[in-house]
Design a protein around this ligand. Structure first.
Ligand SMILES: Cc1cc2nc3c(=O)[nH]c(=O)nc-3n(C[C@H](O)[C@H](O)[C@H](O)COP(=O)(O)O)c2cc1C
Length: 312
């Protein structure tokens, strides 16, 4: 059975990737999860400098999901390279670094620095965090901004680059196209949905930033639809995510068009989810006699739906 997937020049041993912000810098989980058994790990978003993020409360549980506004707290790219990357390398992890910037130059500078670091497999460009005001999502909500960030990083690195798209737009496929035109090797989607929770007794927002990003199973059907739309629009691979909590959920994304999937919120519920996801995928492939996972990508049969609709 062949579970490997190709993301630009990068081969992942399987399609299961830990999503940014939900798996720390990977090293925190090293005693619980065999990091080398994952297709990849996307580390917490990094700016050039360290950042404190927003004050608490920063997360709140919602029906079938959670709202967060961490505000991209992080140790900065230099400390990451010095303090985290050596252990990730030693543990055999495939490391994808999620990079953030307030300016296009900052994205390019971080991209350049990480290209020179030993042990970085790919760069995920975070142009979609809904929880910070400066940079980031401003680029991700503009087609030219998306193109410009991707293109600027493309010029400084040979590493695969994977812009991460926001779902907070009307036509996500056009952002996938702008990414492809800018030179991206793949796109990741979706980041969180801008949302809000209010405590009616105090009439205060439940998180300090007032609004935050919604994740978890509540968003999954919307994310699957967006992956489906992007798959029809571009030729580069898609890393799909949003509410994946078991192998069946992961397969929905693959059938909709994702070459690989990322798992975020579910990891907080069950950090031991990874071997269960992997065996669930293998079981499905066995039952359906599918030798290579890549043959499932985008295999959605819409003809049946059309035929059923026209016969009723
Ligand atoms: C607490 C938390 C922190 C996150 N931090 C980041 C981040 O630093 N960079 C990023 O691109 N996405 C970040 N995300 C978004 C996730 O990577 C993922 O896109 C989103 O949560 C949807 O997937 P899920 O429903 O499986 O969690 C974060 C999500 C959560 C819940």
């Amino acid at each position: 059975m062949d579970l490997s997937v190709q993301i630009g020049s990068l081969t992942l041993k399987n399609p299961l990737i830990a999503a940014s912000g939900c798996f720390g810098y990977g090293v925190e989980y090293a005693d619980t999860v065999d990091l080398s058994s994952l297709g990849g790990i996307v580390v917490k978003g990094l700016f050039l400098a360290e950042r404190e993020g927003h004050p608490p409360p920063r997360i709140v549980e919602t029906p079938s999901g959670m709202l967060n506004a961490i505000g991209l707290q992080g140790i900065g790219v230099h400390r990451f390279i010095d303090e985290k990357l050596p252990e990730l390398r030693a543990r055999g992890a495939t490391v994808i670094v999620n990079i953030c910037g307030t300016t296009i130059d900052e994205y390019a500078e971080i991209g350049r620095i990480l290209s020179d670091a030993d042990g970085v497999a790919a760069l995920e460009l975070n142009i979609s965090c809904p929880n910070i005001k400066e940079g980031g999502i401003t680029f991700g909500c503009s087609l030219t901004g998306t193109f410009d960030v991707v293109n600027a990083v493309r010029r400084v690195t040979r590493l695969p680059i994977i812009p991460k798209l926001t779902p907070n737009v009307t036509d996500v496929a056009s952002f996938a196209r702008a990414s492809e035109e800018g030179g991206a090797d793949a796109v990741s989607l979706v980041n969180t949905f801008l949302a809000m929770v209010i405590d009616v007794e105090t009439r205060r927002p439940k998180i300090s930033n007032v609004v935050g990003g919604l994740s978890g199973p509540a968003i999954r059907p919307i994310a699957v639809r967006m992956v489906y739309e992007c798959h029809k629009a571009v030729n580069i691979p898609i890393l799909g995510m949003g509410g994946i909590a078991d192998a069946r959920d992961a397969l929905e994304f693959v059938i909709a068009g994702a070459s690989a999937v990322q798992v975020g919120t579910a990891n907080f519920v069950d950090p031991l989810i990874w071997p269960k996801l992997l065996s669930g995928l293998c079981d499905y492939m066995n039952r359906h006699q599918i030798a290579r996972i890549r043959d499932l990508v985008g295999s959605l049969d819409t003809q049946k739906a059309v035929a059923e609709k026209s016969s009723t």
